[in-house]
Design a protein around this ligand. Structure first.
Ligand code: HEC
Length: 192
């Protein structure tokens, strides 16, 4: 029930929560609303309407059998961990000061791949049959994709500071959605 987050994120979290996210989320809400409107407004006539088997065009075409708990533990959490474990620094008595950022092109590619995954995992959360509602849930799912996109861009440029911020934004999205949909989930800060 715990999300573990490397300790180094603690320092930037309060400010991220207070400033960056609510603004971008409001934008996301408007976007989602516009997309929904566009989708509803599409003409319902056409060759696909009568002939095609219903299953091909309805939400049941997606396999959403993975339950939310498994989705979180097996799909989302591992991808997010790759990002969080590759950002910031730790300073421990045993090992001293240690930067966690990738140091080679290969390592940056590795985190970039996982950032791309997070963009798509946001979409997976929004799938009909998995999305819990068509409202705030979609905003949070979209927020995940946005944070993934920021991380991907930062990784491509090997920009440590932006990469760190993307990780903080990612964490804020996790926390916000959990607070909204499952307040029993406690987020904790821990080195893992
Ligand atoms: C769109 C909403 C949403 C977002 C975004 C979200 N979660 Fe979740 N998460 C949930 C819900 C709902 C549950 C409760 C699932 C259940 O127990 O049925 C959950 C549960 C969890 C759990 C506990 C699973 C268990 O074993 O009980 C973990 C761990 C988790 N989420 C990690 C994350 C991480 C990490 C992120 C961000 C990278 C994240 N989640 C983002 C909705 C979300």
């Amino acid at each position: 029930m715990y999300i573990s987050l490397p300790l180094q994120y603690f320092r930037s979290l309060a400010s991220t929560l207070a400033t960056a996210l609510p603004r971008s989320w409001r934008r996301a809400t408007v976007l989602v609303a516009m997309l929904l409107l566009a989708a509803c407004g599409e003409p319902s006539t056409g060759p696909t309407q009568s002939a095609a088997p219903a299953a091909e065009n309805t939400p049941t075409a997606f396999n959403t059998s993975l339950n939310m708990k498994d989705f979180m533990n097996l799909v989302l959490d591992p991808a997010a961990d790759v990002l969080w474990d590759s950002a910031g620094w730790v300073d421990s008595r045993e090992t001293g000061y240690e930067e966690l950022y990738p140091t080679t092109d290969e390592q940056w590619d590795y985190v970039r791949r996982h950032a791309a995954l997070l963009i798509e995992i946001g979409n997976m959360l929004a799938l009909p049959g998995r999305a819990v509602d068509n409202d705030a849930w979609l905003t949070y799912a979209n927020g995940l994709s946005q944070a993934g996109a920021l991380a991907m861009e930062a990784a491509a440029l090997q920009n440590k500071e932006d990469f760190f911020q993307a990780g903080a934004q990612l964490y804020s999205v996790c926390t916000a959605c959990h607070q909204a949909y499952n307040p029993e989930i406690t987020s904790k800060f821990a080195t893992n």
